[in-house]
Design a protein around this ligand. Structure first.
Ligand code: IPE
Ligand code: IPE
Ligand code: MG
Length: 238
């Protein structure tokens, strides 16, 4: 057995932009969907390892509001993999005891997929290690939707404009009741947020890594956590 890379406790909430599946497939002359399938395997491995390290919340970016720009074939392939994964998760629910939540506008997904998402959420309510799947998720879309709901509540007289605070705003987001992520990891070498957790990442530590998501290993996760512990988080203080 290898020595752990980092002895310090893992952050309570880790978020990951699971990027690089397409490039991984291209390097192997495989269709992009094969990259997404390999990305799914990486997710299973990393979710398991997060749990072992004591991470309470794992949020993963699986499909963005912009990813509909891809070919019909690729989108269908990703949705099929997600459906298969959720079916498997539903049948292993009692064994794995993971709570599922979905961040994003699910109304654009197929009715079958929406049903699987709802079932996974409902059946796992009592478990406390939580995976948040960002599906048809965009940080801007999340903020606009929250704003719309707040405006409707003000208009209906349920809320006064003066009552709108940062805390209240957070309660209108998909991430209601979830603490902000301390650490956000983006593999694949890209250094941008791509519309991920715009509100919640105000003081998150970013770790960018030059590895494609399907190749992301338990060691990479521990390296990212070790890097996180080297940071001096000041939250604006001196
Ligand atoms: C991330 O991998 C998965 C999704 C966005 C659905 P990509 O498919 O973006 O992989 P690259 O960035 O093209 O390599
Ligand atoms: C972000 O990756 C979305 C997901 C990983 C689901 P993208 O591949 O879509 O982001 P860009 O296009 O490189 O910014
Ligand atoms: Mg990408």
């Amino acid at each position: 057995m290898r020595e752990p890379i980092c002895d310090l406790p893992a952050p309570c909430h880790i978020a990951i932009i699971m990027d690089g599946n397409g490039r991984w497939a291209k390097k192997r002359n495989l269709p992009r969907t094969a990259g997404h399938a390999a990305g799914g395997e990486a997710f299973r491995r990393i979710a398991h390892h997060c749990r072992k390290l004591g991470v309470k919340y794992l949020t993963v970016y699986a499909f963005s509001t912009e990813n509909w720009k891809r070919s019909e074939d690729e989108v269908a392939g990703i949705m099929r993999l997600l459906g298969n994964y959720l079916k498997e998760a539903l049948s292993d629910m009692e064994k794995n005891r993971v709570r599922f939540r979905f961040f994003g506008d699910l109304s654009r997904l197929s009715p079958q997929l929406q049903k699987l998402c709802r079932e996974a959420e409902e059946k796992s309510l009592d478990y406390d290690v939580q995976v948040n799947f960002c599906l048809n998720y965009g940080g801007r879309d999340e903020i606009v939707k929250a704003t719309r709901k707040i405006a409707a509540d003000v208009q209906a007289g349920r809320l006064q404009a003066e009552q709108i605070t940062e805390q209240l705003f957070s309660d209108y987001l998909y991430s209601k009741d979830v603490p902000d992520p301390e650490l956000i990891i983006r593999p694949s070498g890209e250094m941008r947020t791509s519309n991920f957790l715009l509100w919640q990442s105000a003081y998150s530590e970013y770790v960018f890594m030059d590895v494609l998501w399907p190749d992301f290993s338990e060691e990479h996760l521990e390296q990212a956590i070790a890097e996180y512990h080297k940071r001096n988080r000041r939250f604006g203080g001196a």
